[in-house]
Design a protein around this ligand. Structure first.
Ligand code: PRX
Length: 655
């Protein structure tokens, strides 16, 4: 399964053509049409995006300049004014969509809520007015730390409506991780809940917020708005903490959208990098709105009658772009689920597909592998005939999982769109267009029109077909991140200097290796930096190492990724201990729990190995490559001549 190497994937020769019936009804109907669009966008990207911006979005004021490109800083639709919450809500109220289901939500215990566009608009206006009442003004940052409940989408849209950039923090992150993000963003207010339901457990959130704010941990935070979900008892600090249902009752449901500059900050979303603390990825209003809108419409062939469901969490970029903003901007019906498949209910996803007649289903390879393991009798026992398109994201999908998805879920009739993109890119970058581009299991296929993606060597020269290289983008696009919050220099260093600009050509590089095959299809090979992809979520090795060394027993730690059949990769840690500490199973457990407390359960190491010393170069750099080999039980490959002390390696091999 997950052990398929890129070589074996490259031998994958199967090709799946969209059916004629599908192609005929699609927005983009043929390879020729795609190629025409691609060429058109390549020849004049500004015109291409400007035409779409005019056609697809509502603007309060038109822009003066489509693109201002001062590498590596781009501004799109300069001078244009709009509000993304207006595009996601208000404009639909003037049409029959007013009473169309905007958001269908299912809680894990089985409770449900459906909001029409009119109802969602009302809730968003109420929350926007509550935020204003609590002193939030245009430009103030608001953190959102919620389970997968409708209020998560409502909160995001309410922030956007009043021009307060949001920073959503995944509900699975710990108090410590939340605190770091609150401090970096200087958040003025936190929107949270008592907790949520996940895999038959109550996940408490408010106590984590209390911990993050204790001892003036995040001094910028003035107020906490708490949604009642689980009805567990929580501490409410007078003057600071407020129940959403109390304040909601006292405000007006009328809240005009702020007129936002196209380049005004829409949100900050933190993601792991190779060094230091997580980076605050900055997205702005106009370009992001257009990009998520258009990519969803074309790559998922979104139609008025679709029931679209993305199983991601709103705490990740997938949830931002493709549960909330992309679908609602298009006036679609978006489904949101609080829970996850679990032993007591392994077929829950398929129940939801059947119950709501889901037509488009978007999930991650790690979820597909877990579903395979649960057995095909679960999907087989449900009516999945409503499905017409399937999507995947987060990590390379192994062809076996692709084929299962195709056969069992897609009933061999649904095109699979394997979407390659990142927090930084805002939306899909490389993806099949389902009516136009034949798919190959394991390949994300071809770049979206307007995306000049390529595979190059370190000098920026394109590599030959079927040779590995760095996946880069050679021209700005509207959905691209604008900067690292508060650290433009880090933005430049991280993304634009790995491959040096030459002759005025800049290369965006965010860490993935890839190959192109003879047909120009992209095959993503995974990260080439020190980022581990656990269940489709990015973790920086440095973050986990810092968490480990913050434990008194740990002197030094080195963390690498190890292949895992379910999760894609898991965290494997090598640890040296302080003075008198002895490595034991109990200590292993304690350290694993410590990492989970410091970052969140996704970072919990799968395994820890105690060692006397770590293999380092003479200049003191840990040789992770060797550790990766050791973790996966492989022979240590490549050059080891720079090792300072070879006996370290011999000992590690023995252990
Ligand atoms: O390594 C790539 C992998 O996920 C990384 C981006 O992670 P994140 O910013 O958390 O966003 C995940 C959801 C967009 C990429 O650098 N990745 C994402 N999608 C794919 C993928 N790898 C292979 N195939 C994909 N479809």
């Amino acid at each position: 399964m997950a052990e398929s190497t890129i070589e074996s994937i490259l031998e994958e020769k199967r090709l799946f053509n969209p059916s004629q019936e599908f192609a005929q009804q699609a927005h983009i109907k043929s390879k020729q049409e795609y190629q025409q669009l691609y060429e058109q966008a390549k020849t004049n990207p500004e015109q291409f995006w400007a035409d779409l911006a005019e056609k697809e979005l509502d603007w309060f004021q038109k822009w003066d300049q489509t693109l201002d490109w001062q590498p590596p800083f781009a501004k799109w639709f300069v001078g244009g004014k709009l509000n993304i919450s207006y595009n996601c809500l208000d404009r639909h109220l003037q049409t029959w969509r007013k009473n169309k289901a905007a958001l269908i939500w299912e809680g894990e215990p089985g409770d449900t809520r459906t909001y029409t566009y009119a109802q969602l608009h009302r809730e968003v206006c109420l929350m926007a007015n509550v935020l204003k009442q609590l002193g939030v003004q245009k430009g103030d940052r608001v953190a959102i730390y919620l389970p997968m409940i409708p209020e998560a989408a409502i909160a995001m849209l309410a922030c956007a409506r009043i021009g307060a950039p949001h920073s959503v923090v995944f509900g699975g992150f710990s108090a410590e991780a939340l605190k770091t993000r609150l401090v970096d963003a200087e958040a003025k207010l936190v929107i949270t809940a008592d907790g949520g339901f996940r895999k038959d457990k109550v996940v408490s959130l408010k106590p984590e917020v209390d911990k993050a704010l204790a001892n003036n941990g995040a001094p910028s935070v003035e107020n906490v708005l708490v949604v009642q979900r689980t009805e567990e008892k929580v501490q409410m600090e007078p003057g600071r903490d407020h129940w959403w249902h109390d304040l909601k009752a006292g405000v007006s449901a009328h809240c005009p959208p702020e007129s936002m500059d196209s380049e005004d900050l829409l949100f900050i979303l933190y993601t792991s990098g190779t060094t230091g603390k997580p980076k605050g990825v900055v997205h702005t209003t106009g370009g992001y709105n257009l990009y998520t809108h258009t990519t969803l419409k074309w790559a998922f062939d979104l139609k008025e009658t679709d029931v679209y469901w993305c199983t991601a969490d709103v705490g990740w970029i997938t949830g931002h772009s493709y549960i909330v903003y992309g679908p609602l901007s298009n006036g679609a019906t978006t489904v949101m689920y609080e829970g996850a498949p679990r032993p007591s209910n392994p077929g829950c996803l398929w129940d939801i597909v059947e119950k709501y007649g889901v037509t488009i289903f978007y999930t991650a390879p790690t979820a597909i592998r877990a579903l395979i393991k649960m057995g095909e009798h679960h999907p087989n026992a449900r009516d999945l005939s409503s499905l017409r398109i399937l999507g995947t994201v987060g990590e390379p999908i192994n062809p076996e999982a692709w084929m299962w998805y195709h056969r069992i879920i897609g009933q061999e009739k649904c095109p699979i769109v394997d979407t390659w993109w990142q927090t930084e890119t805002g939306g899909f970058m490389i993806t099949p267009l389902p009516g136009a581009i034949p798919t190959k299991p394991g390949s994300a296929a071809l770049p979206f029109p307007g995306i000049l993606a390529d595979v190059v060597d370190l000098d920026g020269n394109p590599v030959k077909p079927n040779e590995g290289g760095y996946l880069v983008v050679k021209y700005p696009w509207p959905g691209m991140m604008r900067t690292v919050y508060g650290d433009p220099d880090r933005f430049r260093r991280t993304y634009w200097e790995h491959i040096a600009p030459k002759d005025g050509q800049y290369f965006y590089f965010a860490g993935d290796g890839a190959r192109k095959d003879d047909d120009g299809y992209f095959w993503i090979m995974g990260r080439v930096d020190d980022v581990i992809n656990v269940s489709g979520h990015r973790l920086g090795t440095m973050e986990v190492e810092s968490a480990l060394v913050s434990h008194p027993a740990v002197a030094e730690a080195a963390v690498v990724g190890r292949k895992d059949e379910m999760k894609g990769e898991e965290v494997f840690a090598f640890v040296t201990l302080e003075g008198d500490y002895q490595g034991s199973d109990d200590l292993k457990q304690e350290l694993k729990q410590h990492v989970a407390n410091e970052i969140g359960a996704i970072a919990r190491p799968g395994d820890i190995r105690f060692t006397d010393a770590l293999p380092k170069t003479r200049s003191g750099k840990i040789m992770r490559r060797l550790l990766r080999n050791l973790a996966s039980g492989e022979e240590v490959a490549g050059d080891t001549s720079t090792l300072e002390d070879r006996s370290v390696l011999d000992k590690l091999r023995g252990g």
